[in-house]
Design a protein around this ligand. Structure first.
Ligand SMILES: Nc1ncnc2c1ncn2[C@@H]1O[C@H](COP(=O)(O)OP(=O)(O)OP(=O)(O)O)[C@@H](O)[C@H]1O
Ligand SMILES: [Mg+2]
Length: 264
């Protein structure tokens, strides 16, 4: 289960280098920088949600609060009706670039997510299944430095999925990949989402990624971020901007919303 409710979420950072004035005119050290401004969202179990917004608006801040790494200034986040008060390895997994341990092989890195399973046979089956799924069969004994950038990202994906989390959080997961690997990883994330039905939150700068992958797309405004758009996307997969006219229109609208007048 991965039902997420974000309630009246506000976050301010204090910039201690700046001095501000209190209402009575006296000086105080530090100025509050509002980043999230009363964000309310609900994501349903098994949705793949893509979050877009201008750089610096507060997307990573919001994901960090959902993951329990950072506390909100006010408001709260509920996952499966339980308020998030800190990181939880049980039901949330944060996909990280360079998240593989360099001194462990692909096999050992994936195995890390299954420490709780005692039955060796069951454990080995699961590890192999996930390694095969991301196309890394025959690379089980390789160390991260022996893999290409795209292969590393695949191993990271296997490492994330083997944990079988209720919620998978990915902050710009395709950054730095070449065009073809990017397209293939995107396809794999969609396929795996259909296979496993996990709730996935992805922050991306790429409007096409969001519209091709998402069951729902959220567009945030400039900082302090508010929700500008929260829309379910019901076009069938595989999606195409050429064949699905409605999707193409939504793409143009989203470009406009993010301040680009000509969708490229
Ligand atoms: N720990 C922190 N202390 C102070 N300010 C912070 C901190 N983390 C983030 N900020 C500020 O909060 C704002 C939002 O940052 P955040 O990283 O959430 O943006 P973002 O939407 O993820 O941006 P990008 O798309 O560039 O990754 C930025 O102005 C940033 O400078
Ligand atoms: Mg960010």
């Amino acid at each position: 289960m991965g039902h997420i409710i974000i309630n009246n979420l506000c976050k301010e950072y204090i910039d201690r280098r700046r001095v501000s004035r209190k209402p009575d005119g006296s000086r105080q050290a530090g100025t509050a920088i509002p980043v999230l401004d009363n964000v309310n969202l609900e994501f349903f179990d098994g949705e793949l949600v893509c979050i877009l917004g201008p750089s610096g608006c507060g997307k990573s801040t919001m994901l960090n609060i959902v993951a329990g790494f950072s506390e909100p200034t006010s408001g709260n986040v509920l996952i499966n009706d339980k308020q998030i008060t800190g990181p939880s390895a049980d039901n949330i997994f944060v996909f990280q670039q360079n998240g593989l341990l360099p001194w462990m092989t692909v096999w050992q890195n994936v195995e890390l997510g299954l420490r709780h399973i005692q039955d060796i046979e069951e454990k080995h089956e699961k590890i192999q299944e996930h390694i095969d799924m991301v196309g890394l069969e025959n690379f089980e004994r390789h160390y991260p430095y022996q893999l290409s950038g795209g292969m590393k990202r695949r191993a990271e994906l296997a490492r994330a999925l083997v944990v079988n989390p209720d919620v998978l959080i990915m902050d710009e997961p395709f950054t730095g990949l070449d065009f073809l690997t990017h397209m293939k990883m995107r396809e794999e994330v969609v396929n795996m989402h259909h296979l496993f039905g996990k709730s996935i939150l992805i922050v991306t700068h790429d409007i096409d990624d969001a519209l091709i992958m998402g069951d729902r797309v959220v567009v945030m405004s400039d900082r302090p971020a508010k929700v500008e758009l929260n829309q379910k996307i019901e076009f069938s997969h595989p999606r195409s901007f050429v064949k699905q006219l409605g999707l193409r229109r939504l793409r143009e609208d989203t470009f406009l919303m993010l301040g680009v007048s000509h969708a490229v």
